[in-house]
Design a protein. Structure first.
Length: 324
């Protein structure tokens, strides 16, 4: 067993082992379970190498799944009260859903600025503060939670927001970042753009598109294994150095309440091929079916997304096919 696996298992069982009146396990919120797993694994999984930029980032989870945001808290009722600056660490971003949100990006940017109520030392009473956040560190693996459940006092249940909120197969988090991080991300982003331009030029020229045809009885030549540039900063293992991501997994919920319904996992296997994990039933689905998980009805609705790093290929000039 991996280090701490038994303690991890016992901790999860203690937290989510409640049983109902008929003896079966009670339905639990899958995102809360995910968050708890991440927290507990942080205690047991040591980080890789050494991170000179932040000595506190020693856990594997903190390295590869942990982000950081620079926050500012300013009282909206007292102009000369100094803003409070701080750094918040997180393992997932929240996509807020309201009547205006139709796309994931807007739901994420909405959460960058919010009003909260707290005690003002200047006024000596509760006052409204404006909290603004900008990301100062992006992880290699970005978890996004759609805030789809809210408590309805009348029915005493966590009701579900079924609204259709589109999400992309490829995501760019650049807009959510601080000016300092945007500047750091630029070199790797330029490499992606250079690669894109070279591929366009190659396609327009027609060079390197012909491959040597195998003679009768010969096996076709294997395609050369692709090489990729590093996707994290040299002094910060597990970070993202570009802000570009590709969707790797989706957790969906089908039902009207967090205390009932059905959870299904969808995991990317390869290009345009995903594995649908419905309890012990596995099936193959395509990108098109994944994009239909955005909501709008009683079908499976995306609740938590996991994006992984989009990797930039090392460019190698194609060799011309030999003349027959």
């Amino acid at each position: 067993h991996p280090p701490g696996s038994q303690l991890l298992s016992s901790g999860i069982n203690a937290e989510y082992g409640e049983k109902g009146e008929h003896g079966g396990f009670q339905q639990q919120d899958a995102n809360e379970c995910w968050t708890e797993l991440m927290r507990m694994m942080s205690d047991f999984l040591p980080g890789e190498g050494s991170t000179t930029s932040e000595t506190v980032r020693r856990s594997f989870i903190q390295q590869y799944f942990g982000g950081e945001s620079a926050t500012s808290l300013k009282c909206s009722e007292v102009e000369d009260e100094a803003a409070t600056e701080s750094v918040e660490r997180w393992t997932q971003l929240r996509c807020h859903i309201n009547t205006e949100v139709r796309y994931m990006q807007l739901g994420l940017t909405t959460g960058l600025k919010e009003n909260i109520e707290k005690t003002s030392p200047t006024l000596g009473r509760n006052a409204v503060y404006v909290k603004t956040s900008l990301i100062k560190r992006l992880p290699s693996y970005l978890t996004i939670n759609f805030i789809r459940f809210f408590y309805k006092e009348k029915e005493s249940i966590n009701a579900k927001i079924l609204k259709d909120v589109k999400f992309p197969l490829e995501y760019d988090a650049f807009e959510l970042c601080s000016p300092e991080l945007k500047e750091k991300l630029t070199p790797a982003r330029d490499q992606f753009e250079d690669l894109r331009q070279k591929k366009i030029e190659l396609e327009l020229s027609g060079k390197g598109l012909e491959t040597k045809k195998p003679r009768r009885g010969e096996a076709p030549e294997k395609e050369a294994e692709k090489k990729y540039l590093p996707h994290w900063f040299e002094d910060d293992i597990g970070s993202s150095n570009s802000g570009y991501y590709e969707l790797q997994a989706v957790l969906t919920h089908q039902g009207r309440s967090s205390s009932s319904g059905h959870y299904v996992g969808w995991v990317k296997h390869k290009e345009n091929q995903w594995i649908k994990c419905d309890d012990d039933k596995l099936s193959i689905v395509t990108d098109e079916e994944i994009l239909k998980l955005s909501g709008g009805g009683d079908w499976h609705v995306a609740y938590t997304l996991l994006y992984g790093p989009k990797r930039c290929e090392v460019w190698e000039e194609p060799s011309a096919a030999p003349m027959e």
